[in-house]
Design a protein around this ligand. Structure first.
Ligand SMILES: *[C@@H]1O[C@H](CO)[C@@H](O)[C@H](O)[C@H]1NC(C)=O
Ligand SMILES: *[C@@H]1O[C@H](CO)[C@@H](O)[C@H](O)[C@H]1NC(C)=O
Ligand SMILES: *[C@@H]1O[C@H](CO)[C@@H](O)[C@H](O)[C@H]1NC(C)=O
Ligand SMILES: *[C@@H]1O[C@H](CO)[C@@H](O)[C@H](O)[C@H]1NC(C)=O
Ligand SMILES: *[C@@H]1O[C@H](CO)[C@@H](O)[C@H](O)[C@H]1NC(C)=O
Ligand SMILES: *[C@@H]1O[C@H](CO)[C@@H](O)[C@H](O)[C@H]1NC(C)=O
Ligand SMILES: *[C@@H]1O[C@H](CO)[C@@H](O)[C@H](O)[C@H]1NC(C)=O
Length: 463
């Protein structure tokens, strides 16, 4: 654990002690936002053990999957960007570089069993944020942030699967993982957003073409109900995507809204604005219910109290992606921040749990802690609290190569690697690398997949 060094943190702790319950947040005061965010960030990073002697940089302890660690470090880059606090920068950088894997593509071999396209893209998002927000470059002998994102893009583009459902990406990369037969929102939306961000950063039109190809495919399947802008969770290749799981998740909307915002900001093409407008209305109506205070709610699990280990983090992504959308599409700023301000006040107002009396729960509509705590709860609260810095200070928008970005790209990163799909639709070299132990594990996962397919009628959710 880190020594308490930041003066913001000390101030905030005094404030907490003074008032005795929940974190005090004045959403119109940068000092208040910084000090509250520093407490929440400190408690978030207290879950991270990878910086301890003998532990592995970049991993979170069980029950948190590898993807969530990648997403957490991206959020900590944003923490630095929003607040200017450099306390965690060195360990965040070390973590993001330790997990790049042999081919510098965020596919470390020992994570194969929890490595779907969505898992990989969350690490790529963090690398992309590092490039866009001008986080310290990795330095000589290391892959650049931009090249890491490009490697993930190139590998995922090679996985485009026209053999089922007319196109798109499967959820899983490896056939032995449960969910190989599922094409889902966050994997396909993840690729879409990554392509959009690469387009804006590099001004290479090939990325726009890929983003457009992905959107057109997605919108042409039951995964998107375009008349109501409903984003469905996923669809089974076994049914050729003839229907979709209608489960509703915040981040599935956010991933597409922000992707379109990057494209609109880069191209100025009105078609992207139409999509943002429609998706944003659907998001605000669905996930900020007026009868629950108009704050963000993960409606599919939060009211039932049955969110799994992944789901409490999803509100962090919708928050970040709405905030960046407000920045890139200024005419939407007030419409978005009206909701984020309320959510930030709500989130801080219920951070009164745990031993220290300040851990954050899930339900932002109440002033009492709901008894839940964890990495996801902490991430979601931090995201919405720190986003208030955008509302109260002048923050530069994400940069690109011609607007101050310094990350040196490599358009062919990731090509010719084992993460690239061979002719039979499976990463060619990794097939040979699967060990006996992996096969045993894979058998169990396949059995679970079959069971789930039977129980849910083919609808799997990320877990
Ligand atoms: C742990 O984090 C601190 C602060 O960011 C950093 O100075 C140190 O190098 C890190 N240690 C390791 C082993 O990464
Ligand atoms: C996994 O691989 C990384 C290198 O990519 C290594 O540092 C680590 O020790 C391995 N084991 C675990 C449990 O992460
Ligand atoms: C699967 O769906 C795609 C896209 O709708 C269609 O082009 C293709 O013919 C379908 N394949 C089968 C076997 O029905
Ligand atoms: C979305 O909401 C805005 C503001 O209420 C409204 O002007 C716009 O027409 C709506 N767009 C759609 C597609 O419903
Ligand atoms: C907040 O939302 C939860 C469900 O997520 C609900 O049970 C509770 O009654 C709500 N509280 C208030 C004060 O509206
Ligand atoms: C793109 O974002 C920048 C930064 O916020 C903004 O100044 C600019 O107006 C945006 N461009 C478009 C076309 O919306
Ligand atoms: C643009 O991106 C594509 C796809 O990665 C790549 O093949 C091409 O070389 C890039 N072009 C330039 C000028 O960098």
């Amino acid at each position: 654990m880190k020594p308490i060094s930041s003066s913001w943190l000390v101030n905030a702790l005094c404030l907490t002690a003074q008032f005795g319950s929940a974190l005090q947040l004045d959403v119109s005061s940068p000092d208040s936002i910084r000090s509250t965010a520093s407490v929440v960030a400190y408690d978030l990073m207290s879950y991270y053990t990878g910086n301890r002697t003998g532990d592995v940089p970049g991993n979170l302890p069980a029950p948190y999957y590898w993807w969530e660690a990648g997403a957490m470090f991206g959020e900590m880059i944003e923490y630095w960007y929003y607040t200017g606090d450099t306390t965690y920068n060195d360990e965040v950088k070390a973590a993001l570089l330790h997990q790049v894997g042999d081919d510098k593509d965020y596919m470390p071999r020992n994570q194969s069993k929890s490595l779907g396209n969505d898992d990989q893209v969350f690490w790529a998002f963090s690398a992309m944020s590092a490039a866009e927000l001008k986080f310290e470059d990795p330095g000589a002998g290391q892959p650049s942030w931009l090249a890491l994102a490009q490697a993930v893009f190139n590998e995922q583009a090679s996985r485009w699967d026209a053999g089922t459902c007319g196109g798109g990406l499967r959820w899983q990369i490896f056939t032995f993982n449960a969910g190989y037969d599922y094409k889902n929102a966050v994997s396909n939306g993840g690729f879409f957003q990554l392509a959009a961000r690469l387009a804006r950063y590099t001004q290479n039109e090939t990325y726009v073409d890929w983003a457009d190809k992905m959107w057109e495919w997605y919108a042409g399947t039951p995964l998107l109900e375009i008349d109501t802008w409903q984003v469905n969770d996923g669809s089974s290749t076994q049914k050729n995507c003839s229907d979709a799981s209608q489960l509703q998740w915040t981040y599935n909307y956010g991933v597409f809204i922000a992707g379109n915002a990057y494209l609109y900001n880069y191209t100025g093409d009105a078609k992207y604005m139409d999509r943002i407008d429609g998706l944003l209305n659907a998001t605000l109506a669905r996930f900020f219910p007026q009868n629950m205070g108009g704050v963000m709610v993960e409606v599919t699990c939060e009211p039932l109290g049955n969110c799994n280990n992944d789901q409490p983090a999803f509100k962090a992504f919708l928050t970040r992606w709405l905030a960046v959308t407000a920045q890139l599409v200024p005419e939407l700023y007030e419409r978005i921040f009206t909701y984020l301000r309320k959510s930030a006040a709500g989130a801080a107002g219920q951070c009164s749990g745990g031993e220290l009396g300040r851990h954050c729960g899930r339900e932002w509509n109440t002033t009492t802690w709901d008894g839940r705590s964890g990495v996801g709860e902490q991430m979601s609260a931090l995201a919405v609290i720190q986003a208030m810095m955008m509302d109260t200070t002048d923050l530069a928008a994400p940069v690109g190569a011609t607007t101050g970005g310094t990350s040196q790209g490599n358009p062919s990163a990731g090509t010719g690697t084992s993460g690239t799909t061979g002719s039979n639709g499976m990463p060619a070299v990794n097939r040979d690398k699967i060990t006996t132990g992996d096969k045993a594990g894979a058998g169990i996962l396949t059995a679970i997949a079959l069971l789930l397919t039977i129980v849910t009628g083919g609808s799997l959710v990320l877990e």
